[in-house]
Each structure stands twice: as structure tokens, then as C-alpha cells.
Design a protein around this ligand. Structure first.
Ligand code: NAD
Length: 122
């Protein structure tokens, strides 16, 4: 069972939550968002533990982080997740600059964690 932590509970966070819940060997174990009403709603819907910040969620017993936060936060979120030894799925666009993308890849490689972007078409 892969324990997933979902960061960012807006439009894409909602769609990703449904997907994780539908995957037999995945468990949406934790969610985080600074908006209290959102994290409470998701925690109730999916039986997940709610956190106000990514940092708090990264300290919990999760295997991977799904980042659905605003794009300008992707680099620091991926770097923090990798430093916490969590595997990472990050929504597209990966980041705002090629330099940020390079730094994210380097952080994942240094930490030895899997990292991919949700580069779906459409
Ligand atoms: N909306 C789309 O159709 C769509 C499609 C493809 C990709 N994306 C990408 O998905 C990402 C999220 O987009 P969205 O449309 O879901 O945005 P959104 O504004 O609906 O949701 C973003 C959520 O992130 C939360 N957030 C902000 N700062 C945070 C933090 N520090 N820690 C945790 N959560 C935080 C916000 O409170 C909000 O709930 C973006 O990178 C966007 O480009 C969106």
C-alpha cells in the first residue's frame, strides 16, 4: 500500500484525490492546505489526516507527495519533499523556469526518490 500525501486542495487536488481513492494499492493518508475549510472537507471525505502545512505533512508517515499547489510553489515543495525522502508527483507545469526544473530534478536525484510531473495531454 502506498501512503499518499496530497498538497494543495483546489481544483486539481480534488481530481487527484478521486484518482488516489480509486487506486487499489494507494491510500490517501494525508492532505494539506492553508485553507482550513478545504483540508477539513478532504479529511472528512477520504479519511485522511489534515495538516495546515506541507512541512507538517512531510513529517508524517507517508510514502509520496502529490503536489497540486500553485505553480510558483512547485520548486520549494519538491525540494522539501525530496529532502524528507518522499517520492514526488508534481502537477504541470513543472515550474516557472528551466533553472527551477533543473534544481527539482537534482534534489530528487540527490535524495534518491522517484519524481515525475503530471504531464497529461489536453
Ligand atoms: N485547473 C486546471 O485545469 C489545471 C490543469 C492542469 C494543471 N494545473 C496545475 O495544477 C496546479 C494547481 O492548480 P489548481 O487549478 O488546482 O489551483 P487552485 O487555486 O484551485 O488550488 C491550489 C490550492 O493550493 C493551496 N495552497 C496554496 N499554498 C499552499 C501551500 N503552501 N501548501 C499547500 N497548499 C497550498 C490553495 O489554498 C489551493 O487550495 C497548478 O500548478 C496548475 O497550473 C491546473
Amino acid at each position: 500500500m502506498v501512503r499518499v500525501g496530497l498538497a494543495g486542495l483546489g481544483f486539481m487536488g480534488g481530481t487527484h484525490a478521486q484518482c488516489h481513492a480509486a487506486i487499489p494499492n494507494a491510500e490517501l493518508a494525508a492532505v494539506c492546505d492553508p485553507e482550513e475549510d478545504r483540508r477539513t472537507k478532504f479529511a472528512d471525505m477520504y479519511g485522511a489526516t489534515a495538516y495546515a502545512s506541507l512541512e507538517e505533512m512531510l513529517a508524517s508517515d507517508i510514502d509520496m507527495v502529490d503536489i497540486c499547489m500553485p505553480t510558483y510553489l512547485h520548486r520549494e515543495a519538491v525540494e522539501a519533499a525530496a529532502a524528507a525522502k518522499k517520492h514526488v508527483l508534481c502537477e504541470k507545469p513543472m515550474a516557472l523556469t528551466p533553472a527551477d526544473c533543473d534544481a527539482m530534478i537534482a534534489a530528487a536525484q540527490k535524495a534518491g526518490v522517484e519524481f515525475m510531473t503530471g504531464q497529461s495531454s489536453g
